[in-house]
Design a protein around this ligand. Structure first.
Ligand SMILES: Nc1nc2c(ncn2[C@@H]2O[C@H](COP(=O)(O)OP(=O)(O)O)[C@@H](O)[C@H]2O)c(=O)[nH]1
Ligand SMILES: [Mg+2]
Length: 349
């Protein structure tokens, strides 16, 4: 009889601790979810800053050093080129592009075309504009009227893929477009939750899978939903973990193939999201991704938080891939179409 009582007590204790653990787990998940919701809502609703203000770190760094060095009509001295070289090569423009700009100035001085610092500055500015305008940059557009344009977003972890999708979704919704989002980052449950907040805010439909579900199948379902809802755009999020590079690339290739099975011609766009704070590392990532996935454009995020904005020049010059959007903050309006002249004006202002 005592042993019965003992085992019953043990069983009750076991069940009680199991219930307690379950309850604690759910409470933790709920707390995490509320934190994600709060953070995302704060971001979505923040006011928009001017481009020049948003780019102030790059402007105050490289561009103001350049402007200060080349202000006025100072005659060219022996050390002018050396000084210019040090500024250009420390500006995260990328070695090839810095060298190109420097060679252009050296040649201008040698031939007597450039005779003072003001002329060097003007020549540099117009060469930069030429580089930036060497490809056509335009934001997303529907491929054909009454058809669904499927866009896949790729990039390593933390660069801003999910946030960018949310921002684009908000902007397309404001233009009266119908949007479906696919939570193809099934690696972390939080990624779906983050996308759910943006979907909710931007009036988009959302397709999610369970944690660790096959991302390709989630994205296949997303395209099916997009077609059923006659959506203008299907925006596909993907995971960016860099376990091993080939793993990530294989997964992306598979998702790419499966999207093509869901709809002929899909994905119509593959946008690589790059974090500008990574400077020349972003350029390396772009090279790696473009080797395994055909990219149709780049989104360069976090230009507001870095002095390395000069990387825009290197990316366009070396890769000849259009920059479709730039991210200059966390709010929905802080994603802008990339306009070379406006960009240079903001930096040289
Ligand atoms: N300051 C700033 N933060 C950004 C920008 N774009 C994204 N972020 C932040 O970068 C962090 C990672 O973004 P997330 O979309 O989760 O990256 P993902 O892992 O590539 O999906 C988040 O805290 C975003 O709010 C941007 O343009 N400016
Ligand atoms: Mg994400």
């Amino acid at each position: 009889m005592w042993s019965d009582l003992f085992f019953t007590t043990l069983l009750v204790l076991f069940v009680a601790s199991f219930v307690w653990l379950g309850f604690t787990f759910l409470r933790k998940k709920r707390k995490e979810r509320i934190e994600i919701l709060t953070q995302e809502l704060i971001k979505i609703e923040s006011p928009k800053a001017s481009l020049s203000t948003a780019l102030h770190k790059t402007k105050d760094g490289f561009f103001s050093r350049l402007s200060n060095m080349l202000s006025g009509q100072k005659p060219i001295q022996n050390e002018t080129l050396v000084e210019l070289e040090s500024i250009l090569f420390s500006a995260d423009i990328g070695v090839k592009t810095s060298q190109k700009l420097l060679d252009m100035v050296a040649e201008g001085i040698r031939s007597g075309k450039l005779q003072n610092s003001e002329q060097i500055k003007d020549a540099l500015r117009s060469q930069m504009q030429e580089i930036l305008c060497s490809v056509l940059h335009k934001p997303l557009e529907t491929t054909e009227p009454n058809s669904t344009t499927v866009v896949m977003f790729v990039g390593v972890n933390g660069v801003g893929k999910t946030t960018t999708i949310g921002k684009i979704s908000s902007q397309l919704h404001a233009q009266g477009k119908r949007v479906v989002l696919g939570a193809g980052d099934t690696f972390r449950a939080a990624a779906s939750e983050q996308l759910a907040v943006w979907a909710d805010r931007s009036g988009a439909s959302l397709v999610t899978g369970s944690e660790n579900a096959d991302p390709a199948s989630v994205l296949f379902d997303t395209v099916q939903k997009g077609k059923a809802e006659k959506a203008d755009f299907v925006l596909c999020d993907t995971a960016g973990r860099l376990h091993t590079k080939s793993n990530l690339m294989d997964e992306l290739k598979k998702a790419h193939r499966v999207l093509g099975k869901a709809q002929a011609g899909a994905p119509h766009e593959v946008l690589l999201v790059l974090d500008a704070t990574m400077g020349q590392n972003a350029l390396m990532q772009a090279k790696q991704f473009s080797e395994s996935t055909p990219l149709t454009g780049i989104v360069l995020t976090k230009l507001d938080g870095t002095a390395k904005g000069g990387i825009v020049l290197g990316i366009i010059d070396e890769l000849k891939i259009p920059i479709r959007y730039i991210g200059v903050g966390e709010a929905a309006d802080d994603l802008r179409a990339f306009e070379p002249k406006e960009f240079l004006n903001a930096l040289f202002a």
